[in-house]
Design a protein around this ligand. Sequence first.
Ligand code: 13P
Length: 250
Amino acid sequence: MRRKFVAGNWKMNGSANSIRELLQGIREGAAEVAAVELAVFPSFVYLGLVEQQLSDSSVGWGAQNLSEHASGAHTGEVAGSMLQDFHCDYVIVGHSERRTLYGETDEIVARKFATARKIGLKPILCVGETLQEREQGVTEAVVERQIKAVLDLEGISGFADAVIAYEPVWAIGTGRTATAGQAQEVHAFIRAKLAQLDSALASQVCILYGGSMKAANAAELLAMPDIDGGLIGGASLEAKEFLAIAKAGC
Ligand code: 13P
């Protein structure tokens, strides 16, 4: 039985004060949704604050990105080992905003995934199609290509401790959520693709949905057999809303 996982991707939002307040709210409500794993993903600069506030709680944390390199002359980049200094459990790789705004290719994302795993950070691999790709009927081909880049580098065992987040680009920050049926279809496709290589691993792998997920639509999405949780953007910036999404998964 896969445990539900609700993760808050804060993106480039928050301040030290707002984060303290948000974390206090999440901590206060976490016990009520203990059946669900919770984690938050602040900007790098707030990882120390988040660690300080959450280290004695059941809520985990991670970063939104990492460098594919271990160290060296990469101005402005952050190495996985630095994330370990802040005891991150997870790191998001290949978010669509990284792919589209910062030119991260499937190959770069795969290398970041490998870098994270090599040092024991659990990668959350984001995949998903644009609206144009969905309308062209190539959703499955796009998602398969994005996953194949990781499989080519890491093999199926690379997914043993990893998480996949299906985030249709057209649903991110738009208020336009995929229907539960649309999301389930892609989640089942991903699981089936992995099952062709290792069915036991595929049945264990956690596949999150992301894209305008909120308390009002979470129950329907989380009731789907292959949707194991959510990667939440906007709605994770309010403790009450974030916890209500988790509650829907209990
Ligand atoms: P929204 O929930 O704001 O649509 O963002 C989803 C997302 O990109 C999470 O990584």
